[in-house]
Design a protein around this ligand. Sequence first.
Ligand SMILES: [Ca+2]
Length: 475
Amino acid sequence: MNLHRTATWTAIFLSLFLAGGLCLCAAEPARPNFVLILTDDQGYQDVGCFGSPNIKTPHLDRMAREGMRFTDFYVGQPVCTASRAALLTGCYPNRIGLLGALGPRSKVGISDKELTIAQVLKTRGYATAIFGKWHLGDSPQFLPTRHGFDEYFGLPYSNDMWPNHPTNGKNYPPLPLIAGEKVVGLMPDQTQLTTWYTEHAVRFIEKNRSQPFFLYVAHNLPHVPLHVSDKFKGKSKRGLYGDVIMEIDWSVGQILAALKKNRLDEKTLVVFTSDNGPWLLYGNHAGSALPLREGKTTTFDGGLREPCIMRWPGKIPAGTVCRELAATMDLLPTFARLAAAEVPRDRIIDGKDIWPLMSGQPGAKTPHDAYFYYWDRHLQAVRSGKWKLHLPHNYDHPDPTGHDGQPGKYAKRDISLALFDLETDISETNNVADQHPEIVARLQGLAGKCRDDLGDSATGQQGKNLRPPGRLGEK
Ligand SMILES: [Ca+2]
């Protein structure tokens, strides 16, 4: 009798457990880990598989063979803070009031009201960390630990914002190295930055191997001043800049090896990209965006179009190339979808879910009808499909370029209304506006709608849907 009862209860328990287990599986999709590797001022061409003639990047090339390479991948603006703001919030930087490159003791920073990728993933129980450059405000209220990250180790802004700056040193305090919210060093040895960030990343992966995590590795390099450890000094055929990229590539290899060692390969999406194009003002200490035109600070594609590689074995088809337009601001909604987290619905999020592109769905198209190129508050260009229209604007062209860590000088140049077919003219050299007045008119219409929404300093128009940045001392 007892035995029978026990068996019955065991059967009931087992069936409940199994049913519960099955329900759990259906309602609870796998929460993949996310590793986001962002470099600083790396050019479109500065990766082997993006055509570098003289820098070897075997680990990034392998990542591309095992995943997908994106040829038309854009950042929010061609400068550090604005670009990172878009990446982490899924919004045009103008929308959330974060522009340019914030200096030390900035009175503005990321608003407490914005939600970062880390905060969105926190709702699903992710462990989160950033190792590297933050650049969304250096006061405690703006630091990563107040915006969704459990752990932080790195520099709060650019590595050239220090007394050793080649032309502007007297305006900068000693460069702080921060752990959590504490300054743990001043004027750190920059030759060790890439190694330190990598060691932190590997330890974080090992520590969190049994739970979902979001790891954001935000290298300070190859932003000037260039520094490399002895491991890679003199190793490339492209001087110090090439050595720095080789060390970053080594770091990618260490992270991929840590994932493999901890059996996380098939549970982890890894994304690699850069925050903006090369800082051509620095000559041989800058990268290359070829075949794209110009670089950082301009709205030519050399400023905003970046090398991008995504890898997730078994989910992202290996060895593939995506030529559809996608952007860093798409990562927030895409990660949210994959983690079954809510994308914020009480505000405009500009990014779109690009999983159909990443997963290689046949015929998948970009979710963006148009992409807008701002420099600060100035709307300078719009892309729709293969067409890019520059509205008349001026821009900084380095002439002459600098050398060995010294900046050159900018000369102002102008571009008039110009339409480029990016499919046949990736370098934006052949203005076909006269041949396609209807396309010019359509893109001007898109620009007009954008001005209503986000504003434009060129016309003095105020955007209707702007949100203020965080301000020091305000909640
Ligand atoms: Ca940058």
